[in-house]
Each structure stands twice: as C-alpha cells, then as structure tokens.
Design a protein around this ligand. Structure first.
Ligand code: PRP
Length: 219
C-alpha cells in the first residue's frame, strides 16, 4: 500500500491537528519526540506519514500531490489561491482577518483616501480593497509584526489576523473593518481524492463525527 501523506502547517495549529488525527485513530508517536530535527514522521502500521511545512507551502505541496491531505488556515488558502479541494472546517485556530489601525484612520478609510496598507496578505488585501470596496490603496507587503507599521508611520492601516485582540490593544490599535472569519481547514489533492477515495473518505467521516461529538469544546 502506498503511504498517505499529510502536510501540516508548522506552528500553533500543528499540535491541535495531531490531536485530531490521534483522536480518530491515526496517532504518530514519532512526532511527539522532543527536539527532533526529523522532517517526516511515519505511522508504519497505517501507512500514513506526516510532515510539517511553512503554512504558505502547505497548499503548494497539496496542489502538486506531494501531500494527499493538508491542514492549513483559511487565510493561507485565500492568499495562495491553489487548486485543491477544501473539504472540512476543523474549527481550530478560529480568528478574523481585519483592517486595523489607530482610530483616526477610520475616517481616511471612510473617505476613500489613498492610504497605505501594510500586510502579510497582499492578495487578500488587494481583493478586499479593489474588488469588494472598490477603493484604491497602496499595498505594502511585510513578513511579520505587522502592528508596527502604523505605529512607526509606514502605513495608515494594516490587514492582519486578530485572534484575542491583545496585540492590537497593547499597541493602541483597533479593528476598523472585518474582512473574513478564519479557521483551520482540511484540504485534499484533486487526484488523491479519486485514487485514495476510500482512505480519505474514512478520515473525513471520522473527523466529522469527532467534530460533532466535541461540539464547542475543541472549537
Ligand atoms: C499574529 C497576527 C497578530 C497576532 C494576533 O501574529 O499577525 O499579530 O497574531 O493575535 P492576538 O489578536 O491574539 O493578539 P503572529 O504571532 O503569528 O506573528 P507575526 O506577527 O510574526 O505574524
């Protein structure tokens, strides 16, 4: 039997994703070893292997079929725009994509002034301002700590993820507009969906049952 390969986004969602797989009977002991530099983790009995990748790369691995399945945030899926099947909302990592900034920036937004928008998500920002709001803005791509941009005067507003809101609060910024709610999604390669239909359907069915049972607890 060939390995079923599953790509997980590195970081805060990886542990929760593995807990879900373990709960449906697909554990991976190798992955629990502390301090390992290994990149791929195998469950030989089930012929399933997992790997951790940068979130932005997960849709790429899945689109090209290097991974049959992936778990990644909706933010990354929207930004990357890859051809794959988004099959399940796992309800973990719930947060929102928002336009944020100092309160004064709200007027500039309202009056469609030509403002600068700093973001790690230029695709999402462009789609929101150009296609939804029909507003011309200058988008500046950054790679992290986006909240800095309006504080030091690089941009009037940011488009970024808000989870608890504490990063904004601690830096004197507010949510000005909400773009889209986000959470972790399971994605499937389009060819794998056909050739591995049985194994993938079993995983999806088990996940659905688990999520229903867990209700609000995990979510
Ligand atoms: C994310 C996001 C915000 C923060 C939001 O950053 O970009 O900065 O989390 O969370 P909060 O609303 O709970 O404060 P992350 O920590 O992933 O790092 P980054 O700034 O390097 O992108």
């Amino acid at each position: 039997m060939r390995y079923l390969t599953i790509a997980l986004a590195k970081g805060r969602m990886a542990k929760k994703s593995m807990e879900l797989f373990e709960a449906i009977g697909i554990p991976c002991e190798e992955m629990k070893e502390e301090g390992t530099r290994k990149l791929i983790f195998v469950n030989e009995d089930l012929k399933v292997r997992f790997f951790l990748a940068k979130a932005n790369d997960v849709p790429t691995y899945v689109e090209y079929g290097a991974a049959d399945l992936g778990i990644v945030g909706k933010d990354t899926l929207l930004e990357e725009g890859r051809r794959l099947y988004e099959v399940l909302d796992l309800g973990i990592g719930r947060c929102r994509m928002c336009v944020c900034g100092p309160r004064e920036a709200a007027d500039k937004l309202k009056h469609h002034e030509l403002i600068r928008v700093a973001t790690k998500y230029p695709g999402i920002a462009k789609d929101y301002f150009y296609n939804k709001k029909h507003q011309t803005v200058e988008i500046i791509k950054l790679n992290g700590s986006i909240e800095l941009a309006p504080i030091v005067g690089l941009a009037e507003v940011i488009v970024d993820i808000v989870e608890t809101g504490s990063t904004l609060r601690e830096n004197g910024l507010d949510v000005l507009e909400e773009i889209v709610p986000l959470s972790a999604r399971m994605v499937v390669n389009q060819v794998s969906m056909k050739i591995e239909h049985e194994r993938i359907s079993r995983i999806l069915d088990a996940m659905r049952v688990l999520l229903r049972e867990q209700g609000g607890r995990m979510i």
